[in-house]
Write a protein that binds this ligand. Structure first.
Ligand SMILES: NC(=O)c1ccc[n+]([C@@H]2O[C@H](COP(=O)([O-])OP(=O)(O)OC[C@H]3O[C@@H](n4cnc5c(N)ncnc54)[C@H](O)[C@@H]3O)[C@@H](O)[C@H]2O)c1
Length: 224
């Protein structure tokens, strides 16, 4: 891992580069230029070169990047070369879908427990794991050294679930509930909000279909 802290915006793009590199490897492409990788990742090549320079990766002039090695460097930087035990709390519609998603395990995220407060759900087998009572959280975190907690409960329960996770020693939380969580500074929270993403698309869709608005700088009142 690099000793210096990488900018957050670069960290957010590393998984995108990783996906692009995986698809190059699937096509047995062993080296690529920054332009090729940038276009596969959907960013401009200057930004890609700057991002990769934070990893100490500059490619070789005239040859480009070694795809396999760059994939290893990025995976190591993100921490994907190690195993991350994960718990999912709230095994309703979304919790079931997350538990059944094979993409986590193939990227090093191992779901070790599924927890729910509803006694009626407990004992049900989902993706090979029995849903367990939420009260077992601390014991499970201790037993498996859980690094990441996923919250898939209704919004009203999310802060309390998060507080219990933090008390149990979890330092990274992925929150699917549509509510902002308060955590101590050493805890990282990422929020996934599909509704907000749809609203952003709706905003762009609306702008695309709206008639072009006049340039405000040509408005005599604005100019005056
Ligand atoms: N982020 C997204 O894009 C996205 C998409 C869909 C749903 N959601 C959100 O995900 C959450 C779950 O949605 P759903 O449709 O699966 O709901 P659901 O009602 O089907 O499931 C929620 C589960 O949480 C459990 N639960 C409630 N309080 C709990 C507590 N204190 N501790 C442990 N478990 C508890 C319930 O028993 C239930 O099994 C909601 O907040 C919803 O808004 C987010």
């Amino acid at each position: 891992m690099s000793p210096t802290r990488i900018p957050e915006a670069t960290v957010a793009r590393l998984p995108v580069y990783l996906r692009a590199l995986n698809s190059l490897l699937e096509r047995e492409i062993r080296t690529c230029s920054s332009e090729e990788l940038a276009s596969a990742a959907g960013v401009n090549s200057a930004k890609l070169r700057k991002d990769l320079s934070h990893l100490g990766s500059y490619g070789t002039r005239g040859v480009g990047y070694d795809v396999e090695y760059l994939r290893y460097q990025i995976a190591r930087e993100i921490g994907l070369t190690q195993d991350w035990p994960v718990v999912i709390v709230g095994i309703g519609n979304l919790g079931h879908a997350l538990a059944n998603y094979s993409g986590f395990s193939s990227r090093g995220f191992r779901t070790v427990a599924l927890l729910d407060a509803d006694a009626a759900r407990q004992g049900e087998l989902v993706a090979g794991l029995k849903i367990r009572p939420f009260t077992e959280l601390s014991a499970i975190v201790r037993e498996h050294g859980v690094a990441i907690g996923v919250i898939a409960t209704p919004a009203a329960a999310a802060q309390s679930v998060c507080d219990h996770m933090v008390d149990a020693g979890i330092r990274s939380v992925l929150n699917f509930a549509p509510t902002v969580l308060t955590v101590p500074p050493e805890v990282d929270v990422r929020m996934v909000d599909l509704s907000s993403e749809l609203q952003i698309l709706a905003y762009h869709e609306q702008r695309k279909s709206a008639p072009a608005s006049p340039d405000p700088t040509l408005d005599p009142e604005v100019v005056a």
